[in-house]
Design a protein around this ligand. Structure first.
Ligand code: FE2
Length: 290
């Protein structure tokens, strides 16, 4: 069967912004891009320089409902705690896949280790039928995250999905997503199958690479790439190699009502969430950790 390689629909550089209680970060896509990346809502890149005052204020107590947040640390750590008494540390190489569902209230505080801190937070939407599901934490330690080598010169850290028979630790996510951290050595080509009709996107975190099959224009650190439709992506690294996050998932195709950390289908549901937060009735169910 013929392979239909996806073209690049859009490339946008991440922009500098301030979130939480004053954390300087880069946003690859977000609110203004809905529904382009459906089922993904946002990607924040909080790789920081050497000034802890750029991030130590962190993300103090705040609610979430209707979404999943996926935190992937490269260096440093995030100390988190929630209203249900869960507490933990996301260290370098670890992943926290948090399904807020009906609601959690938590805080996330980045801290340096050996002077450095950096990572990513991806937001995934939940469909109407799952927005009020019970909250769930999946805490995955670095040693539980496998690395696949689908071909020489290609290394894939598999957070979610399956590459060359290597299965990532995160399972049972509604949008059937893939989340991969891919490194191509210099001048290496990589073809990866992606389900037709699934949204597919890449975020470059190092080096340079060509994501548009044959176009000749490269993307570099902090470029966000949205692929068009097809059944595979084809990437070629420059002479310096390239590293990128890749994610794909099934679009939800429902109305999005987004207010800060809460994402529902209608403005009424949003108003209800904030009313419950004020009234102290926001938390519906104690979450599970696994
Ligand atoms: Fe949060």
């Amino acid at each position: 069967m013929m392979t239909r390689v996806r073209g690049v629909e859009r490339v946008q550089p991440a922009y500098a912004t301030i979130e939480g209680a004053g954390v300087r970060l880069h946003r690859a896509f977000g609110y203004e891009d809905v529904p382009l990346f459906d089922p993904f809502l946002m990607l924040d890149d909080f790789r920081a320089g050497t000034q802890p005052e750029d991030y130590l204020a962190g993300f103090p107590w705040h609610p979430h409902r209707g979404i999943e947040t996926v935190t992937y640390m490269l260096e440093g750590k995030i100390e988190h705690g929630d209203s249900m008494g869960n507490a933990g540390i996301v260290n370098a190489g670890d992943i926290q896949w948090m399904t807020a569902g009906s609601g959690i209230i938590h805080q996330e505080m980045p801290k340096p280790v050996n002077g450095v801190m950096g990572g990513f937070q991806l937001w995934m939407n939940l469909p109407r039928s799952k927005k009020m599901m019970d909250p769930r934490y999946q805490e995955i330690k670095r040693h539980q995250v496998p690395v696949a080598t689908p071909q020489p010169g290609v290394e894939v850290t598999v957070i979610c999905g399956t590459v060359s028979g290597v299965k990532g630790p995160v399972e049972h996510i509604v949008a059937d997503p893939e989340y991969l951290d891919i490194t191509l050595r210099p001048d290496t080509g990589f073809l990866h199958k992606v389900g037709a009709g699934y949204t597919a996107a890449a975020y470059v975190i190092g080096g340079k690479g060509y994501f548009d099959d044959g176009s000749g224009s490269f993307s570099e650190n902090r470029d966000m790439i949205l692929f068009g439709d097809g059944d595979s992506i084809k990437v070629r690294s420059s002479p310096e190699g390239v590293r990128f996050l890749f994610f794909s998932g099934k679009s939800i195709r429902e109305p999005v009502a987004w207010g800060g950390p809460v994402v529902m289908n209608t403005p009424e549901e949003l108003a209800e969430a904030f009313r419950e937060y004020r009234d102290g009735t926001f938390i519906k169910k104690k979450g599970t950790t696994g």
